[in-house]
Ligand binder design. Sequence first.
Ligand code: NAP
Length: 306
Amino acid sequence: MLEAAQIIDGKKISTEIKEELKKKISGFLTVSDENHLDERFSRPPCLAVILVGDDPASHYYVSSKEKSCEAVGIKSIKKIMAVSISKEELLQQIAEFNKDDGIDGILLQLPLPDHLREFTQDIVDSISVDKDVDGLTTANLGRLLSNSKSAIHPCTPKGCMELLKRYGIKTEAKRVLVIGRSTLVGLPISILLNQANATVIMAHSRTANLEEECKNADIIVAAIGKPNYIQGSWLKPGAVVIDVGINAVMQVQADGSELKKIVGDVDFKTASEKASFITPVPGGVGLMTVAMLLSNTMELYLRKIS
Ligand code: NAP
């Protein structure tokens, strides 16, 4: 009989990463001896976040990013813009942040309101590649594709890779199924896994037999946005499961009331009986995304001042 899967603890790893960053930042900014004052580090790293509209989930994510910045010593600037703003007004704001020498990273919180959504990639592309903390500009994705050292790895895919690394899970020569092909998650993680010498198969909504693909995979990365979709019975025994999905569902309680719950794309209960390692939702990849945002801000800061 298989043992229950080991939990890949995103909370623990993201806390470790934040502690590492905090130490580094306070180390830069502390001047113990005037003779060793390094003027390059005269200010902390700085992240600017633009949030358009009043979507509660986006406001929640932005405030948790702000708190995390503060906890590690990164300065954060938040610009909230009205839901009705035009594309030109948003581009103008991004241009101002691009010009501001005190800002290292610019994050545009997605999704944009409906009237701007079709322009999302154009708007993201107006962020200077040197400040593209989310790594989602076309210029940065090109760098990623060509395996350039100058590429910033998009936060969620980078978080997944970091979890695999810190749990000692090898990707070389492994058959990895990435389910979902979005520019935000599925596509960049497929590129990173390929560069880490995995044999990558990408699945999407037109894949003929997803269950069969799952049965052949050593590692599954699920990023489709469908609650509890992937079943434990689909997994190869001992598979590693990285669940990127964040889905809100209503669950009926014993007293008949309904409670909102966050679940992943993988049915955790059945999958954890079959997998060797699995990320929980919440407590897995989501927390790593924020940690990687901080890590990318730090990386852009160091590039700027060095
Ligand atoms: P998305 O842009 O909607 O893309 C979904 C992808 O899943 C598409 O490629 C789609 O295929 C594919 N798909 C949909 N239904 C499928 C099915 N039944 N079988 C196989 N593939 C299917 O979503 P996303 O932005 O990548 O996000 C995916 C999930 O990750 C969401 O739950 C989101 O909330 C979550 N997420 C989490 C984090 C985090 O920090 N943990 C960060 C970002 C996103 P087609 O291309 O054929 O349409």
